[in-house]
Design a protein around this ligand. Sequence first.
Ligand SMILES: *Cc1c(COP(=O)(O)O)cnc(C)c1O
Length: 488
Amino acid sequence: MGGQPLYLEPRSGPRLRSLLDSAELLHTLTDALGSPLNVVVPEQIAENLERFRAVYGRHHLAGQVFFAHKANRSSALLRRLAATDAGVDVASLGELRHALGAGFPPDRIMATGPKSPEFLWLAARVSVTVGVDSPGELEQLAALVRKHGLPRVRVLLRLSGFEAPGVRVLSRRSRFGSPAGELEPLLDAVERHRDVLDLTGLAYHLDTMGLAEKATALEGCLRALERCRSRGFTPRAVDVGGGFGVDYLADGGQWERYTSELTAAVLGTRPPLTWGGHGYGLRNEAGTVRGTLGLYPAHRPVAGERYLDALLAHPAAALGGRPLAELLLEHLYDLHIEPGRALLDQCGLTLARVLEVRPGEPGGELLVRLAAKADDVALEEHGVLMDPVLLPRDPAGDGTGPVAVHLFGSRCLETDLITRRTVFLPRRPEPGDLMAFVNTAGYCMDFHATRAQLQPVARKVAAWQEGGAWRWCLDDQYWPTASMGGAK
Ligand SMILES: *Cc1c(COP(=O)(O)O)cnc(C)c1O
């Protein structure tokens, strides 16, 4: 098998663990509804929200948690969140309609991202806050409000390209947001359109894990807010976007071992760990490893609400070295956040049926084909390496010891690999077994799903616990009355 098995055991909380322990239910569901199948657990998203709220409480901060809808299309998760006091960040006309239909009042909705005229119109019509991305969009919105006689719109200006005074310029380029250095002309425009636009705050969203980079942006926003005030505006909020991340793996030691063995495999000092010698960004140049590992840091203890906590405790370099939370509090600014992935942590899993198990090269890995496409379990797409949990059809079967396998999808393409890496399983899978990919709700479940080759898109079910047993319904049949013990 080429050495010791290198496991990457997923971190699973009590709800997902309890679901995995209900293998018979998961087999029955997949038999009935087809493979792949997504299962979401709406109660978890409410719990995750509370964790973020607790960080607000510790820092005595007010403001809203806006769930970044784009990370999952589930109606059940959205409706469960509508039953809390959270907000939702919508980035398309469809998401806005979904949020309104799930019961979010407009004052808990924020419209961001690239916007069509229809999206802008509906957002303005129902009075949701609009995160404005550019001077052009500001003009477009103002013209639309005038033309259609709509109510004055609350806007947040999204900025990008912040500079740390005297230090390096933030190098990260973004398609979104107006350059922070061009705030003045932007404020001139807001001034001109004051009758139709109400500037309520500033925003940024950086697709990075770097804490220092985000702290610089937050500081930049605080300075820009002062500038707004000195020009007579009364903004109250700063929106720091999303990107709080998820800790995917149960064991940091496994991650360390895996990445050093992957490096050794790229150098050729151990047998390959991937299909076709793929190096996840690393390559061997005359015996030296080059490149950068293009993987999500799957073991990430400071993720989610802990990352927010760390950001708030971060000293503001140019503002006296005081913690950022203190500066927000001092100015009584609301802190808005837009977590997608982090709010979906532990909120669901993806099931795929094993269709075929055959030997590969002599002494090599087994080739395992699943009733799912790579798009249905987009862990690879996001660089998240995590083992599936094998749920045997026959739990009493005479399982052999650990095996190394390659996981293929059911599309007629050489590249339809569920994972490009060799996966180690504690026992040999058999046709009819299920593989459960844990913690896929953030981006991996439905963001990339297609109907290529007329293969079905995974159905989604919502599951919740009642009196010690799991109950379930189709995702679009779910309303919070089900899992919140309300009227049936
Ligand atoms: C995608 C996105 C988010 C969510 O990012 P996560 O990494 O999932 O937390 C938040 N805000 C904006 C503007 C986004 O585009």
